[in-house]
Structures are given as structure tokens and as C-alpha cells.
Design a protein around this ligand. Sequence first.
Ligand SMILES: [Zn+2]
Length: 412
Amino acid sequence: MFHLQFMSLRMENESDAGVSARAQRKAQDKAKILQRENQRKIFKLVAKILKKQESERTQEESADLLQHRDTVQELSSRQVRRNVLKRKQEEVFDDSEELRFKVGQLAEGVRQAQHLVIYTGAGISTSASIPDYRGPNGVWTLLQKGQPVSSSDLSEAEPTLTHMCIRMLHKEKMVQHVVSQNCDGLHLRSGLPRHALSELHGNMFIEVCTSCSPAREYVRLFDVTERTARHRHGTGRRCVHCGAELGDTIVHFGERGTLEHPLNWRGASEAAERADVILCLGSSLKVLKKYSCLWSMNKPANRRPKLYIVNLQWTPKDDLATLKIHGKCDDVMRVLMEDLNIQIPAYNKMEDPIFSLATPLRLEEEDSHSRKVIAQSAGSEGSREQTGGGAVHGGWFGKGYSKGRTKKKKKV
Ligand SMILES: [Zn+2]
């Protein structure tokens, strides 16, 4: 009996404690809400006062600002952050006079360079109707907004004026090495020798056998990536020598590329090490900046290479640049070549090295892909047809740039 009574007493006590703990929590929550509400009111008040000119503020308002100094600071730093973000995304164009003046300076820099290395990004291929990634209509920007990505057939693209200028500058020994983020293979197709090129993120026309040692390369005349993706690189075709499955060479977001070719990291880091001038063309540098070996940051600031940047948008290296040119790559390169008095060669399909590098498919492999094959047909010399708009399905293009978000595919 006593025992039972004791039990019930204890239960009562416990439920009492439960009630008071709950009440306490509730009170705490309420206090928190009130505090937040209060904070919001202060923010609103301060924001309103800050909108006024200093001379228009009443004494009371000025006192409010003094009282809520932390809020004033927070709000103004938020505004600064917003402005910076907005400015970074805007495309800026230097007017033609400024562009000409700046390119003059660039030409001087190129002439004086002992070891000039060029870093290229999607911006040099946009005129080949390959959209860039982070521009206002870039693949990445569209994917982030949940909009479908559409483009003309990427295999139709041909080297742009900028690709041809770079090849020529290399031929004239004014450029020693080219490091590219682009997978479109256009540097190679412009005739730039392979030893002078590092395609850090791969080449859509190259598949490799990594079972052979050294890795065996197969250059194809079509995009080999239609079935591949992040962490899934098998192309379905096999090595003629050892029978192992071939893989594409594309390096996706979050992957680490270790292939010697076409990535050629050794060539890139040696070139960066020796460079006294680096010219960045059409890259936001957001990815390239992460590759520390490209920027000689281990050297004291006065011994690092001079940096020239050509890009419409802000880049994280702008503050370190000797010169930033806001212009389209083709426009800048045209003026640069004029200043340097070098003729710009037209792209000539008949001389496109991809045709001599390519390994033909074996008979049984003919049906192993559905991508368009580049044809070396006569009469297409220098043609730059703008073919319009089917959606891109599968392959390297745009993949991985949405960081795991599902890509909205456009059905055709
Ligand atoms: Zn093999």
C-alpha cells in the first residue's frame, strides 16, 4: 500500500516536472521569437534611416543609428556583398578606344615576354557556337536557373579566330605553352602541336586504354563521351592491343585527372614555373585558380609572372593582374595580331591534324556511337556555318557543372 502511494506520488512529481520543463521551453521559445521580432524591427528601422541622406536625418534617428551600431555595420556589409556579387556577374565591355589602348599594352607585354604561357577557357570557343559555362547564357548559369541547355551539335564547331591566333603565336615562338580548360579539342584542331598543349579537363575526341602501359590513346573523329559521365568513363569500345575497355579523358567537377595525356599536367606546371608572362583568355578562372601550381604563389610577389586577363566578367585574379581587358577574345586577338604585325591564318579543314591523328573504327565498331563524324570534305575550307539549336544529350557537355543537381534534359 505504502509502496503504491509512493509510486503515485513520484509520478505526480514527474509530471509536474514535465509540465514546468515544457513551460520553460515554451517561454524560452517565445523569448527567442520576441527577440528575433525585435531584431527585425531594428533592422527595418536602421535600413530606413540609412536610406536617408545624413543631412535629412532627425536627431532621434541619428541617435538610433548610434545605439544600433552593430546593425548599421551588418547592413552596410550586406549591401557591399550584394553589390560585389552583382558586379562580378556583369559582363563589362571596354569601349573601342580603351580596348585599342589596352591591347597596345598587351602587345608590348607579349613582345617583351621570355616565356609566355596562355590559359584558355570557354570564352575562346563561344564564337564557334559552343556556349560558355558561367556567362549570362552559359551552360552552368542556365542549369542553375533550371533552364534547359540547348546548343548546336558540338562536333560542328571549328577553331575560332582566337584558336588560330594562338597557334600562330606559338609558331612565331612568341607563346611557349597553352593550358586549356576546354574539352572541345579545338586547340589541337587549330594545329597547335600537342607537346605545347595541356588540356587539363580532357579532350572529347580522345579515348584511352589505361590497361596498356603507357596508356594508349585513340583519337576519334566524333565525340567519344556520349555514354560517359562523372565517375563513369567507359566508352564501350575496346583496346585493339589488350582488349580492355576504353575510357574517355574528361575530368568532371570533383574528379582528379591523372592521365598524362591529353591533360599534360607536367607540361602545364613546368610552363607555369618558367613563365614570366601569363595571358588568360576567356576564363572566369574560378576553377583554374584552384590549381596552385599554375600561379607561382610559392614565389615572392615580385618574381611571379605578369598576368594579363581578357574576360568580360570579373575573375578572382583581377586584383593581381598587370592588365585586365574587358573584351571578346576574338576582338582582342584581332587587334593584338595587327599590333604585332602577324597575319591570322584561316582555319583550313584540309590541314586539321585530327584527321591524321585519328584511329579509324574497326568494322564491328561502326555502330558503337551515334555522334556526328567530322568529315574532311573538300570545299568546306574556312567555313564557319552557324547550325542552329538541337538539345545536347549526354556526354561531357555541361555535366558535373551543376554539382550533382539533376540536369533537366530537353526532349527532341
Ligand atoms: Zn590496351
